[in-house]
Design a protein around this ligand. Sequence first.
Ligand code: SF4
Ligand code: SF4
Length: 112
Amino acid sequence: MTYIITDSCVGVKDASCVAVCPVDCIIATDEDAMMFINPSECIDCGACVPECPVDAIYPEDDVPEHQKGWTPLNIDYFTMERKGFLDKFGAMIAEAKAKNRGSEHANPALYP
Ligand code: SF4
Ligand code: SF4
């Protein structure tokens, strides 16, 4: 199994989860508006879950039905080349980012 980061991270990306992950498997580039969990490195410890201010992280088996699309997004991030990944998921990420604009934890640096 792995843990999955869902839509409420987009535009927040505060890295609270990164700080507690014992295997450093939560990553992103500066261009990304969210973080991603490497499914081949995550040890399913659950330490990241309570750290997230927007409850974005779920065990893979418990991702809510309406957020199931974020599971392949997390996994494909680590297996697809960037253009293909953005072609497939860019609109989904952009939609979540637009939705989270102005939310309590939105990161101003991600909304220039
Ligand atoms: S469940 Fe544990 S190992 Fe997996 S991403 Fe969260 S903190 Fe890291
Ligand atoms: S703690 Fe939550 S909002 Fe912050 S980077 Fe991790 S998943 Fe995203």
